[in-house]
Design a protein around this ligand. Structure first.
Ligand code: SAM
Length: 333
């Protein structure tokens, strides 16, 4: 998934720096990915550690991580379920088609009509199977994560769901095909949460805490509201041109609250090593972060310059933006 702040491209940098500090053998360690997003960081450590604790406040992220992190044992016949979902007779009375496709008269166009109907058809069937106990939680989240990933590929947006495009773009005109969201198998079991980081931190403990909070005012719940709607598949009245739902307003996206929240998080963390990814254009400055973390132990900082890409909302292409720095703040508590 093309996700704001995804650490996919920084995976090897993060891995290298974390191992430098903690050592190569992580087999007895508990690793917490507190702001998990797509789950790519937790996935990178899943095979090495005793347990991954994964958390994100957004429901679509929770669903993805229940699959990518939570699922660790093979699921029999999972492809057969994907196949069945791909070949269902398509219905046109679902929530996504009704509110987020043009053909229903919604005035919105987040998906082509056919793809909107297919999302509803698949989502309703997954829900029905879960309620009838035809599928267990593991299979439920595997199928739901597969749907979220596959739907996101054909979304008619420039990059996020804060707006849809007036005309159906090329990628969005392709038929949605449900692709399996494969997860890595391993012996250990993991934990996945859907809580505010500052609540969860008081209930868990471990060795390595990786923090990747939002660094600017853009709320993920607003930017990815349609994914939450597919994930939750509940009834509500969509608001405004974009069909927004009620969404979480993270303290990490508020200039006036971020430093206090961050300090509380660090203070309450029962972890020996804390790593924070943060951008040089973030709401907290490098100095702010350093000041807070240094109060609680031995502090260090490493950084990496990298190329950022921006989606252009007019041409709908992504282009190179300025180089930015990604900081990794390190605390041995
Ligand atoms: C920069 S993104 C993380 C990206 C992730 N590391 C990845 O590679 O995909 C920040 C994440 O923090 C989540 N978030 C924001 N505020 C939160 C909070 N108070 N508690 C938990 N998660 C939060 C957002 O939903 C978002 O997924």
């Amino acid at each position: 998934m093309n996700y704001i702040g995804s650490k996919l491209k920084l995976s090897s940098f993060l891995r290298e720096k974390i191992l430098n500090v903690v050592g190569d053998d992580l087999s007895s360690k508990i690793f917490c990915d507190m702001f998990a997003g797509t789950g790519v960081v937790g996935r990178n450590f899943k095979k090495d550690v005793k347990k991954v604790i994964s958390n994100d406040i957004e429901h679509y992220s929770f669903a993805l991580n229940q699959n990518y992190i939570g699922n660790h044992e093979d699921i029999t016949d999972k492809e057969a379920f994907i196949e069945e979902l791909n070949t269902l007779h398509v219905r046109d009375n679902g929530f996504i088609y009704k509110h987020y496709c043009a053909g229903s008269g919604s005035g919105r166009q987040y998906f082509s009509d056919e793809n909107g109907k297919k999302i509803d058809t698949i989502r309703i069937k997954i829900k029905e199977w879960k309620e009838n106990k035809k599928i267990n939680d593991n299979l439920y989240y595997f199928l739901l994560a597969s749907l979220l990933e596959s739907a996101d590929k054909v979304a008619n947006t420039a990059s996020v769901y804060g707006a849809f495009l007036k005309h159906i773009k090329k990628a969005a005109s392709k038929e949605l095909v449900l692709e399996p969201a494969y997860f890595e198998l391993n012996d250990n079991s993991h934990q996945v949460f859907n809580e505010d980081s500052n609540d969860l931190i008081k209930k868990i403990q471990g060795d390595i805490l990786y923090l990747d909070p939002p660094y600017n005012q853009r709320q993920y719940g607003a930017n990815y509201h349609v994914l939450n709607t597919i994930s939750l598949y509940d009834e509500f009245i969509p608001r405004g041109i974009t069909g927004m739902r009620e969404y979480n307003r993270s303290a990490y996206c508020k200039k006036r609250e971020v430093s206090q929240s961050f300090e509380d998080l660090i203070k309450n963390a029962n972890f020996s090593y804390i790593f924070l990814s943060y951008n040089n254009e973030g709401l907290m400055s490098e100095e702010d972060v350093k000041k807070i973390m240094s109060k609680y132990g031995k502090y260090d900082l490493v950084q990496k310059k990298y190329q950022r890409f921006k989606a252009d909302s007019d041409t709908n292409r992504s282009h190179k933006a300025d180089k930015t720095f990604e900081y990794l703040h390190i605390l041995e508590k």
